[in-house]
Design a protein around this ligand. Structure first.
Ligand code: SAM
Length: 434
């Protein structure tokens, strides 16, 4: 289901209890409502139920992940906008900083490449921001940085974290980049070939290599820890790596990106990071859809920032509600086209009924047998009509602030009471005739 977008910022500025939680949940009419932490807890705790997997389950290989497939997606938007906020805060002082990227990726990505084109994830990410003239200030800065790689105005390239960090770097600042995948490493080296003085790229395990750079000579550093999480052990290594880094350099600013996923390690990660004992941290999450009920698939992502600049919560509050609205799978589609004005409950209900009619058209005049044996192309056309019905239904529920899944669960209980098995079995009569 696509109707819910949720952004949560949980922020602790004191070492002990005294935690401050700021949450913003968007649900239909209550857009921009604050202080709704219970919603998040419920949504994240609800869980997907059981995942049943039979037979041997292969672990993915360490290097099966390629960021080119995901460049510029909604997770990159959050990660990179936050990263630029951190660096722009560091730029308030002339003193040099180090930027360390433990998992740097390829540096810069062509959005018309075969890889990026295959998934086109950027369409629901950076592309949603590209032509908007109402960007809040932190996002305007992020888009301006991406625009440096697209000087002719068309969105053709997406800069990864090292390339974006480079847009903030001054002559005195230094970038230290780690990447293990041979092809991505080659691309990274190529991207920074002319910057050997400021940028060092190493084909090494970023988790292990980080310790060798801490503390940096300037005692000022932003460290991005952004593993693929294809391997279960990445979740443990992130925690160990951060613990070790904080022992060596307690005042560094560390940003850990993590996926919102149903798998237990992913659900436990933010709490495990919070338990490390950093003096100050901030956890910002953006969910672009409800957690899938089958338990599969990412529904958002988060950034856990240790030692965040004091201005960061305020900056995030300026951008997150807008991002929530824009990156939501359905609302963003309507907003991009300025269709919200047409999406009144009345119009949506009529459109829903019209789309249901289009489903029926395919079956009109068919015998029962023919309707159960559709030609592949007709079945495909029906699938698309069903999708329209679903999309209008979800959108209608969204504008009416109806939790569809909860309503369906409630209706199933009502139906079970109306049609008791002993009276309804084998009969098609309405409940008041049973
Ligand atoms: C999520 S991508 C990085 C994206 C990049 N930080 C950005 O935001 O543009 C993760 C990268 O880590 C690389 N990788 C995987 N394990 C690694 C390790 N142990 N050390 C360094 N790089 C690793 C993968 O090849 C992949 O390119």
């Amino acid at each position: 289901m696509l109707m819910l977008v949720l952004a949560v910022y949980a922020c602790r500025r004191e070492p002990a209890f005294g935690g401050r939680i700021i949450a913003s949940a968007n649900r239909g009419a209550n857009r921009g409502r604050r202080g709704d932490v219970a919603d998040l807890t419920k949504d994240l705790a609800q869980g997907p139920g059981a995942v049943l997997a039979f037979g041997p389950q292969p672990e993915k290989s360490m290097l099966s992940y390629r960021h080119a497939f995901h460049a510029g997606n909604y997770a990159d938007v959050l990660k990179h906008a936050v990263l630029l906020e951190l660096l722009s805060y560091f730029n308030r002082k002339d003193k040099p900083w180090h930027y360390i990227d433990t998992h740097a990726g390829g540096g810069c990505y062509a959005l018309d490449s075969e890889q990026a084109g295959k998934t086109a994830e950027y369409v629901d990410g950076i592309a949603r921001l590209w032509d908007r003239d109402d960007l809040p200030e932190p996002l305007a800065a992020y888009r301006a940085a991406v625009a440096q790689f697209n000087p002719h105005g068309r969105l053709l390239f997406y800069p990864g974290s090292p390339a974006l960090a480079m847009t903030a770097a001054r002559t005195q600042d230094r970038l230290r980049l780690f990447e293990l995948h041979p092809a991505d490493f080659e691309s990274l080296e190529r991207t920074f070939a002319s910057e050997a003085e400021r940028v060092q790229c190493r084909k090494a395990d970023g988790f292990a290599a980080l310790k060798g750079l801490l503390p940096p000579p300037s005692r000022r550093a932003v460290v991005l820890i952004d593993p693929p999480y294809e391997l279960k052990e990445d979740y443990r290594r992130v925690v160990d790596c951060l613990k070790d880094a904080l022992r060596r350099f307690p005042t560094g600013t560390y940003a850990v990106w993590y996926p919102l996923l149903a798998r237990p390690e992913a659900r436990a990660l933010p709490a495990r990071l919070a338990e490390i004992g950093a003096d100050s941290w901030l956890d910002v999450r953006l969910a672009v859809r409800q957690p899938p009920r089958d338990g599969f698939g990412m529904f958002g992502s988060g950034m856990f920032i240790v030692n965040p600049p004091w201005v960061l919560p305020e900056r995030l509050e300026a951008m997150m509600p807008w991002l929530v609205e824009t990156l939501d799978a359905l609302r963003g589609f309507a907003a991009e086209r300025d269709w919200e004005q047409f999406h009144t409950p009345k119009n949506l209900a009529m459109a829903l009924s019209g789309e249901a009619g289009e489903v029926i058209e395919h079956f009109q005049w068919l015998t029962a047998e023919q309707s159960a044996d559709l030609a592949p192309e007709v079945r495909d056309a029906v699938a698309l009509e069903l999708a329209d019905v679903l999309l209008y239904l979800v959108r209608l529920a969204d504008v009416l602030d109806v939790d569809l899944v909860a309503a369906a669960e409630r209706k199933l209980v009502i139906n079970a009471e109306r049609y008791p098995v002993d009276r309804a079995r084998g009969r098609s009569d309405k409940y008041d005739r049973l």
